[in-house]
Design a protein around this ligand. Sequence first.
Ligand code: MEV
Length: 454
Amino acid sequence: MKGHNHYLYPLKCYYMTKPIEGFSKLTKEEKLDWITTNYTDDPEAVKKVLKRYWNPDRSVQRLHDEFIENTLTNYYLPYGIAPNFLINGRLYAIPMAIEESSVVAAASKAAKFWLNRGGFKSSVSSTEKIGQVHFIYRGNPKKLESFFKEIKPKLHSDAEPLTKNMQRRGGGITGIELRKKTDALANYYQLHCTFETVDAMGANFINSCLEQFATTLTEGAKKFSDFSSEEKNLEVVMSILSNYVPNCLVRAEVNCPIEQLNGGDAISSEVFAHKMVQAVKIANASPHRAVTHNKGIMNGVDAVVLATGNDFRAVEAGVHAYAAKDGKYTSLTHAKIEDGNFKFWIELPLAIGTIGGLTSLHPLAKLSLDILGNPSAEKLMQIIAVAGLAQNFAAVRSLVTTGIQEGHMKMHLLNILNQLGATRAEKNTLIEHFKKNVATHSAVVGAFEKLRKG
Ligand code: MEV
């Protein structure tokens, strides 16, 4: 291992390693032995690295061990705060978990920019969650409709033991529809079900209800006297929530008179406003640009979703489907100039929760929610939408003025210096140097080598 930065181990690929039975039943120490002996060159050194990330508090570590199967260690991400977000008249400091160097800085900058221009306004327009029972029915569609009419009350009543708690909190099943999808796939039908899950993301609640619907449906079909024997054999393929939630929508907005819209020294407010609008139009005209534009939005969205213990994959999948809802992938943000005002807004679906899941289990997720004043799910949707809008504003502002690299490289400088193994003193010297010089990768390496040589 000599000569290597202790974070970087060259790992060989052992194609000859045999498959293992019952890995999950091994103790953690045995798992570490197995993986390091079979897949690394230096088991003891690698074990040391993995153990360095164990939490010294055993109860915290046990909690993390039990989040997933086969936990070996913890994978750290920086957890930062973007302060000064004025949202609907209230000041928030937003926790963000993210590895990309410039994201928190950009969010903070956008927050400060809008702090003196009225802040962000955000509102939730709908909170509907969706789940479906997908089934195959080979028979007369009219008879299926009559069967559905008959079974519908039982679908609700059989699910009552599951919905009681949710109903007490103001949620529950809000609709069950039979949908004929035979144009898309032969004999394919759905129970398309909608839910209100209040402050929970609701995945477990929805999936439990759907599995109960599936049982009621298949058992009911067997007993439905109008069905032929083939029709009685209605076949449920699967029951699962949908992460596409176009009716679980939040909007966030900023606006100000154009003359207050300072785009920096090199550009007038009018030109800046115009370029911002053009940039959004370009994202709407070009899916290649829209994907990157929206990626910048998701830098902010995901970081808050993660910090609050929510499921960022669910949010990502739903948001991108929404961006393509009209048959073409477009921007999630919008901009216009109206009566001398610049208006910039976002609308996106967010199925998130502030109770259940990891939200109260993961100590840092819990802390994030505390810092945000223990918001309802709707409030958290508003905060997350604002984080996305702010991130997009900051990115596009840089893009249409200085270019993105100036800010990016400033933030990335420390990563390069860490890779080079710079000491604290060397870092301080070079940070000062690059306040006045353009930081490209080769410029940083050059300046570092020059400094080392004295
Ligand atoms: C980088 O993570 C995000 C940006 O590419 C977003 C954008 O181009 O709008 C800067």
